[in-house]
Design a protein around this ligand. Structure first.
Ligand SMILES: Cc1cc2nc3c(=O)[nH]c(=O)nc-3n(C[C@H](O)[C@H](O)[C@H](O)COP(=O)(O)O)c2cc1C
Length: 164
């Protein structure tokens, strides 16, 4: 099982609804391929984790590299042979982080949206933000962060895509 965490930037301004639609389509593709994942968005920057069998994660990445709605796709970190999935509840879900007050309230940290805009992202920061956002999304939606077991990741409902 491979985990890849990467960062990308929107090439044009998209609405929440556009991004939610991308997430839904992504979740449907991922579920078919037994890929699970999670992403956060802030100021047009995405940070995303994909987990699954090596070849399907790589196929998903290949498709994403060809998608001109985003560019500057940079792998922040990747790990082969992870013993278990770290973001297993959804096949893909998104949480919107584009409000500094939200960062303080949810993460209780001094981090802000600006950190997401830094092109060379620190892997520990990236994993920390994804893990905190994922836990927050699970608790807001009443789902256990480790509930899926061997089940395929869920397709998120719009209300699962957390906004401030
Ligand atoms: C920020 C972002 C994240 C995406 N995440 C995924 C993903 O996790 N899985 C996926 O299949 N497609 C994802 N996509 C869409 C792909 O880039 C591509 O458009 C899609 O896989 C093509 O699928 P289709 O051939 O079924 O239309 C994402 C796109 C963007 C902009």
């Amino acid at each position: 099982m491979l985990q890849v965490v990467f960062r990308s930037q929107l090439t044009t301004l998209l609405s929440y609804l556009d991004i939610q639609r991308i997430c839904l389509a992504a979740a449907r593709n991922n579920r078919k391929a037994a890929v699970s994942g999670f992403m956060v968005e802030c100021g047009g920057v995405f940070l995303q984790s994909l987990e699954g069998p090596v070849h399907v994660v790589n196929e998903t990445l290949d498709r994403m590299y060809r998608d001109n709605r985003h560019d500057h796709i940079e792998i922040v970190c990747s790990e082969q042979d992870i013993p278990q999935r770290r973001f297993e509840v959804w096949a893909m879900n998104v949480m919107f982080l584009d409000d500094d007050a939200f960062w303080t309230r949810v993460f209780g940290s001094e981090y802000s949206c600006d950190e997401m805009l830094t092109q060379r992202m620190d892997p520990a920061f990236a994993m920390g933000i994804l893990a905190m956002a994922y836990r927050h999304a699970c608790s807001e939606t009443g789902l256990s962060a480790a509930a899926a077991g061997n089940r395929l990741g869920r397709i998120p409902q719009i209300r699962h895509m957390i906004r401030r």
